[in-house]
Design a protein. Structure first.
Length: 251
């Protein structure tokens, strides 16, 4: 079901009394359309999108959400024109350089999910630095999914498990769901309980397919550069209204 902006109660701050989701995942979509609507080049949308990232991190901290995973670049986004890919990676480097000190001060721990080997060495170095610098922080765990694809992630986990079996360190009969999850890039992290996608598209686009088995999905019409605390907190209110069953009998 789609939830337009109008369906969500915009709030200046997090809902009072409600248990916030432990882990929120966001598919940040609609930068190109935001720019096109203003007659601007797509890169202007991506630039405006980085401001929305800033606002979202702040809203997550305010709301007491412990984990935030942002889908910034998919394994399929490499199919975009080289110029746009360059602009996106340039913005990413710029964002980290600009924001890292502040993120660290705010107690944010940064982790990167995805195949960072596909990025240029200087971008990889920035990503490594962000992870290293924020290693000891515990207030908000921020995962940035970059060159990330869930199918790649699951295939890599299957390869690692097969190798462990060949090496004699894993008995295939003992490969349970829990054991398999230790091979995923999200090993040790809670599953997202809330997944938000902006821009009116109703699909997951290869994002956290394994981890989102029981995530509550919220699709918003708002374009990513227009996303802010009101939309984030509105999604938390909607989440609080949902009855989660995990396959069990309704209460
Ligand atoms: C999201 O905005 C950013 C990335 C996927 C990198 P898009 O660039 O997909 O914007 P639309 O969907 O074309 O509007
Ligand atoms: C999904 O958006 C990926 C990110 C937001 C980073 P896309 O714009 O790439 O997804 P599709 O192509 O519309 O499915
Ligand atoms: Mg898109």
């Amino acid at each position: 079901m789609a939830f337009g902006k109008q369906d969500l109660q915009p709030l200046a701050s997090a809902p009072v009394g409600a248990q916030p989701p432990q882990h929120v995942a966001v598919i940040m979509d609609g930068n190109g359309r935001w720019a096109a609507a203003r007659g601007l080049p797509r890169v202007a949308g991506h630039r405006a999108g980085t401001q929305a990232v800033r606002r979202t991190i702040e809203a997550a901290i305010e709301a007491g959400v412990g984990w935030l995973t942002l889908y910034a670049f998919s394994s399929e986004n490499w199919r975009r024109p080289a110029e746009e890919v360059m602009e996106l990676t340039g913005l990413l480097r710029h964002f980290i350089r600009q924001e890292l000190a502040e993120l660290s001060r705010e107690g944010v721990r940064v982790r990167v999910l995805g195949d960072r080997a596909r990025f240029e060495p200087d971008t990889r170095a920035e990503l490594d630095r962000a992870e290293r610098t924020t290693l000891g922080n515990t207030r908000l765990n921020l995962n940035i999914a970059l060159s990330y694809g869930a199918r790649d992630e699951i295939a890599a986990a299957a390869r690692a498990a097969a190798q462990a079996a060949l090496d004699g360190t894993l008995d295939p009969a003992a490969l349970t769901v829990e054991r398999f999850e230790r091979f995923l890039s999200t090993a040790g992290m809670p599953d997202p309980d809330l997944m938000i996608r902006t821009s009116g598209e109703h699909r997951l686009s290869n994002f956290l397919l394994w981890q989102s088995a029981y995530a509550e999905l919220i699709f918003l019409d708002v374009l990513w550069p227009d996303f802010g605390p009101a939309e984030f907190n509105g999604a938390l209110v909607e989440f609080a209204r949902r009855e989660r069953r995990f396959g069990a009998r309704p209460a």
